[in-house]
Design a protein around this ligand. Structure first.
Ligand code: PEP
Ligand code: MG
Length: 598
């Protein structure tokens, strides 16, 4: 990487016109600061043949460079540990993966072989071996392996720099208040970031789930990625605004634009403080009805956000998310580790673990190949083998997960939630399997949840909603999945833009199914929660509470606003209004009623 120090040449910067570039917003907030440009510089690398008698010396140089690179990475790990927990954890894994590559495996052996057999200097050997490995990954046309190819190249770059004794640019020396502009950031770069000095960042490449995005979010740094021209357009010292909420980067803003953003940044900071205060208050309506607000989670790394937002527990853990890109499903021990981390991280709060909801739109090409036999023709996947259907078609997959859930249940309170249930037979079949798995684990002498966890069902298929009274007899709780319930009730594919305008959870048919389910649950004294997207939208809070739901689960960032809504409403008035809503048959009138609630 090459970089120039920030140039505070305001007059020169002002002479250039304002430019606005757009990209993908990955970490919300607004940062204003002087651009610190960090672009990958071309290292001039000497590559040459060597005489056989120089081989030993060259191998020695390589061994020294290897030791130096390992030392640097270990130092970076110490630096990374100083970041907030979520960022530190993410970086440790990434840096460990790089250390692993330098630990004597294919890369190191390949480089040494090239020096010895091809009689080339160490730099040439590193370049050639890294190129060969990265190309073989890249050729497989898979985004996961493409990322591994980038990781190998980065490690190769570190080795070459170590051979040439050319240090990396020191990001930790960025002046306070800088905005970091880069082509991309490696985990090693981010380990060195001092969040108190960087206001925000923008990169030319990346995606919502790239390392840079994840780290920016966990460091709370406003960030925009995939801003195609950013490195060409921004000059060191330019005044830059990064709008990580809208995905915009303004370069050399006019005074009017700068004022506008300064005001927005103030408003956002005030709003953040207000919501942080709300997170600590109880979720109780004006007339004293307590509502449980939980978090929908996918990974352990979401736990700090859930706790900071005041989540009472995890109402929905989507276990399929971490494995969607895997070649095969993780084994029992690995699943136990993943789940135990989440259960322990929630510190005694209940964690509702949904068994794998694979199938439908949730299926990678790799898993599709792996599960081809069970998936059948799969021509209409949303109506095919999905969720519990797959679990029952591949009982060993379900058993492995049930075992992991039971073992994780030894570390805290867990509940088991079954996706895509349509009949009581499925619930009975799972319960039988659960009992058998529990007996087997006890025989192995392993600690498991005691008593066995409650088993609940997702109500997300119209048939399940209409059979809710029967399902209530067989299950311990309901979680209404309004995302799929809306899709299946209205025959509208969640992911199809062409029918997106017709997708409406306020359609009277959907509302009646929700109401029917809640009433069946309440009659049988089964807890009923809503965990679809509407649970996190304050617009629906009054209706859901009015229909009798006392349990809502949502993405952590939605929690404070929903809690604010809960605290402002009266459950009695909400029930009266819900009755009015349920008497309406016109969707527009229903929407108007919802919006008129005070
Ligand atoms: C739902 O369908 O509403 C739900 C919560 O499940 P998912 O979005 O994971 O399908
Ligand atoms: Mg669903």
């Amino acid at each position: 990487m090459t970089a120039a120090p920030p140039r505070q040449d305001a007059a020169a910067a002002r002479a250039r016109p304002e430019r606005v570039l757009t990209g993908v917003p990955v970490a919300p907030g607004i940062a204003v600061g002087v651009a610190w440009l960090s672009a990958p510089g071309e290292l001039s690398v000497p590559e040459c043949p060597i005489a056989p008698d120089l081989v030993e010396g060259e191998l020695q140089r390589f061994a020294e460079a290897l030791a130096l690179a390992q030392k640097q990475l270990r130092k970076l790990k110490t630096k990374a540990a100083q970041h907030p927990a979520a960022a530190a954890e993410e970086l440790q894994v990434l840096l460990d993966a790089r250390l692993q590559m330098l630990a004597g495996g294919r890369l190191v052996r390949g480089i040494e072989a090239r020096i010895r057999d091809h009689l080339v200097n160490a730099e040439a050997a590193v370049r050639a071996e890294v190129g060969a490995i990265a190309d073989s990954f890249a050729k497989m046309g898979d985004s996961y392996l493409a990322q591994r190819a980038a990781d190998v190249r980065e490690v190769g770059d570190r080795l070459v720099r170590a051979l040439l004794r050319t240090p990396y640019q020191a990001l930790q020396h960025m002046p306070a208040g800088s905005v970091l502009i880069a082509w991309d950031l490696t985990p090693s770069d981010t380990a060195l970031l001092d969040p108190s000095r960087v206001g925000g960042l923008a990169t030319a490449i990346g995606s919502r789930d790239s390392h840079t995005a994840i780290i920016a979010r966990s460091l709370s740094l406003p960030a925009v990625v995939a801003v195609a021209e950013i490195v060409e357009v921004v000059e060191p010292g330019d005044l830059v605004i990064v709008d990580g909420t809208e995905g915009r980067v303004v370069i050399n803003p006019t005074p009017e634009t700068a004022d506008l953003y300064a005001k927005r940044a103030d408003d956002m900071a005030r709003e953040r403080l207000r919501l942080a205060r709300i997170a600590k208050l109880p979720a109780v309506t004006r007339d004293g009805v307590a509502i449980t607000l939980s978090a929908n989670l996918e990974l352990a790394r979401d736990i700090p956000a859930a706790l900071a937002a005041g989540a009472a527990g995890v109402g929905l853990l989507r276990t399929e998310m971490p494995v969607l890109n895997a070649d095969a499903l993780p084994d029992e021990d690995e699943q136990t580790r993943t789940l135990s981390e989440i259960v322990a991280g929630m510190n005694g709060r209940p964690v509702t673990i949904r068994t794998l909801d694979i199938g439908g739109d949730k299926l990678s090409a790799k898993l599709r190949r792996h599960l081809a036999r069970e998936l059948g023709s799969n021509e209409n996947p949303a109506l095919g083998v999905r969720g519990i259907r797959l679990g029952l078609a591949r009982p060993e997959v379900l058993d492995t997960q049930l075992a992991a859930i039971l073992r994780a249940g030894a570390h805290g309170s867990v509940r088991i939630l079954l996706p895509m249930i349509t009949s009581v037979t499925e619930v009975r079949a799972v319960r039988e399997r659960l009992d058998r798995v529990a007996r087997r684990l006890r025989r192995r002498g392993l600690a498991i949840a005691n008593p066995l966890p409650p088993v609940g069902v997702m109500i997300e298929v119209p048939g399940a909603a209409l059979a809710a009274d029967a399902l209530a007899m067989e299950s311990d709780f309901f979680a209404i999945g309004t995302n799929d319930l809306t899709m299946y009730t209205l025959a509208i594919d969640r992911g199809n833009d062409g029918v997106a305008a017709l997708y409406n959870p306020l359609h009277p048919a959907v509302l009646r199914l929700i109401q029917f389910t809640i009433q069946a649950g309440l009659r049988a004294r089964r807890p009923v929660s809503v965990c679809g997207e509407i649970a996190g939208d304050p617009r629906y809070t009054s209706l859901l509470v009015g229909l009798g739901v006392h349990d809502l689960s949502m993405a952590p960032p939605s929690l404070p606003r929903v809690k604010e809504r809960v605290r402002n409403l009266s459950a009695r008035d909400a029930a009266l209004r819900a009755r009015q809503v349920m008497e309406e048959w016109d969707e527009t009138a229903i929407a108007a009623l919802l919006d008129s609630v005070d």
